[in-house]
Design a protein around this ligand. Structure first.
Ligand SMILES: *[C@@H]1O[C@H](CO)[C@@H](O)[C@H](O)[C@H]1NC(C)=O
Ligand SMILES: *[C@@H]1O[C@H](CO)[C@@H](O)[C@H](O)[C@H]1NC(C)=O
Ligand SMILES: *[C@@H]1O[C@H](CO)[C@@H](O)[C@H](O)[C@H]1NC(C)=O
Length: 531
């Protein structure tokens, strides 16, 4: 017993001595999609990596200058910032972003394709990015590529140029098309497409639509989107000596994917070892508020309504008749309203409303006087609302916002409104319901506790897995062998076809045998009688 223990101990020491320690990894991060909300996650990740003593070179669409990350952070800024809404809003003949509520899923996929291609090429064209692509010294320059899992696939080629593993971050969390790149089956029967307003319990027609859209997206990626991205790869990487695989193959080589999701805000679904949920990474313990906001909140003795439609949808662009509804309803309430509103002032603004063009949302939601959060249902805002246990009034506009709010309504901590059909009565009664019915607050307190109950907090979890991939120079041992199969092998269609063939053959031969027995027997008998 004793010697066995000693043996185990020495084995342990041997292994720990052998285990490469990850100190000061040199990481190339490529975050080229200029979505402000996406940067909530990127900034949290980069800050944490720098704090751990790693060196980051970041190709970035938005500057992190004001974060004071020190000398171990090198920024390659893409200039000017690409204004993708400028492409999108006119393309769909919308007057403003609020009209995007009228888009269907086909339009969304088209929109993502457009902004993906435009922002990727905008970044690839940059001289400073070309220098990274065409660098002479590549061997050992970096240990890891960090990339975004969001319509920027050509940058995966950098992992081939520098011969380094990849960790991607998905700011939208799980998406059904990830099953192809990770080699698993996503049952469309209970896993709703991220842009559909469904839950994991779907009716027949919902399952039909869910399957249709999920299949449509998969086909669209394979046959329309990827070939366009492959063309970009050819244009910007084709001249290199290193062979650059097809985008869809490079995608299947991602070692670990960090997903901005966590239960219970995400429904249960099949997943795989390399898909790590780190939802809520951007939420920090609350900081002190600016003095005027602190005072306004402290003195809101009847409670406060916090109103923000996020970074893309701006309240100031709202149609005038909707604007009037909000002002009318707010003006008659005894609660105070703190509103992220991007203009300097609102004509005839009631006194109980304070507007600011930018607000420290998470810190505000942490204040005990905030009773209701009016939100567009974006993923990051929803997570903050849940984290600080504030009931929500949702007005989803596009993408995953519908799904997030649907989930919130089902969990009993939100009311969801349709922005286009909003009226004074609906707004007033919904706000009163959230303010005076304690069920919403009780429910969200419970959900909040579950969301925060984890073995390791989100940022530590992300860092652990990044260092893990650096330590083993990738994670091929986590990769699904399903990725090496042909699609018909993956879905066992060859096996099913084989079994059906055998059954058919058996049936035919049985039938043949039976009929030969039935018809030949009397003949035989007669024959034998004659004999
Ligand atoms: C920067 O990186 C160096 C070497 O990689 C490391 O020794 C140092 O501690 C890091 N500096 C900071 C401020 O983290
Ligand atoms: C996948 O990664 C391995 C090891 O890093 C590399 O040798 C291979 O070429 C990559 N394949 C693709 C398709 O990117
Ligand atoms: C916001 O400001 C712009 C330009 O200054 C103006 O056109 C618009 O009407 C304002 N919106 C509101 C709701 O006050």
């Amino acid at each position: 017993m004793h010697s066995k223990f000693a043996f185990m101990m020495s084995l342990g020491i041997m292994f720990s001595a052998w285990l490469p320690v990850v100190e000061n990894a040199s990481i190339l991060a490529v975050y080229t999609f200029p979505g402000k909300s996406h940067y909530m996650m990127h900034v949290a990740l980069i800050k944490e990596l720098i704090r751990k003593g790693h060196q980051i070179t970041m190709i970035t669409a938005l500057t992190l200058r004001h974060q004071n990350l020190g000398s171990n952070y090198t920024e390659i800024l893409i200039e000017p910032v690409y204004d993708y809404w400028n492409d999108v809003v006119p393309f769909f003949k919308a007057d403003n972003i609020f009209e995007l509520t009228k888009m269907d899923l086909h339009d969304f996929l088209k929109m993502l394709e457009i902004i993906g291609l435009q922002t990727t090429e905008h970044a690839l064209k940059q001289f400073k990015v070309q220098e990274i692509i065409n660098a002479k010294h590549t061997r050992g320059a970096y240990d890891l590529l960090l990339a975004e899992q969001f319509y920027q696939e050509p940058f995966l080629a950098l992992s081939r140029i520098y011969d380094i593993p990849v960790v991607t971050t998905s700011t939208l969390g799980y998406e059904n098309h990830m099953s192809q790149m990770m080699g698993l089956i996503q049952p469309w029967s209970f896993v709703p497409h991220g842009f559909m307003p469904y839950t994991d319990h779907m009716s027949f027609t919902e399952r039909l639509q869910n399957s249709y859209y999920s299949l449509f997206e998969d086909m669209h990626r394979e046959w329309i989107y990827f070939p366009k991205m492959d063309k970009l790869v050819q244009t910007y990487f084709g001249h290199l000596k290193v062979p650059i695989p097809k985008v869809s193959d490079m995608e299947k080589n991602v070692s670990v994917m960090l997903l901005n999701s966590y239960a219970p805000l995400t429904t249960t679904r099949p997943t795989i070892a390399g898909m790590i949920p780190v939802g809520g990474m951007h939420i920090y313990p609350p900081l002190a508020l600016p003095e005027d906001i602190q005072k306004f909140l402290d003195e809101a003795k009847d409670g406060m309504i916090y109103f923000s439609l996020g970074s893309n949808v701006q309240s100031k662009d709202m149609p005038a008749e909707k604007m009037k509804i909000f002002l009318q309803v707010f003006g008659k309430m005894k609660q105070r309203v703190l509103w992220k509103f991007e203009n300097e002032s609102i004509p005839n603004k009631p006194d109980n409303i304070m507007i600011k063009s930018w607000l420290p949302q998470s810190d505000i939601l942490a204040h005990e006087n905030v009773k209701v959060f009016i939100t567009h249902g974006g993923l990051l805002g929803t997570q903050e609302g849940v984290y600080h246990a504030v009931p929500m009034l949702g007005m989803p506009i596009y993408c995953d916002q519908h799904l997030n709010m649907k989930k919130a309504v089902l969990s009993g901590y939100a009311i969801n409104l349709h922005f286009q059909s909003l009226t004074e009565e609906i707004l007033k009664s919904s706000l009163e319901e959230l303010l005076y019915n304690p069920a919403y607050r009780n429910n969200i307190k419970y959900i909040s506790q579950i969301f925060k109950d984890r073995p390791l907090n989100a940022r530590d979890m992300a860092i652990y897995w990044i260092e893990y991939v650096v330590r083993y120079r990738g994670a091929p041992h986590l990769r699904s062998a399903g990725l090496d199969l042909k699609w018909y092998e993956f879905y066992l269609l060859d096996v099913i076809a084989f079994v059906i063939l055998i059954l058919v053959l058996l049936t035919i031969s049985l039938k043949f045998l039976l009929s030969s027995l039935m018809f030949k027997k009397p003949e035989n008998r007669r024959k034998s009688k004659l004999n």
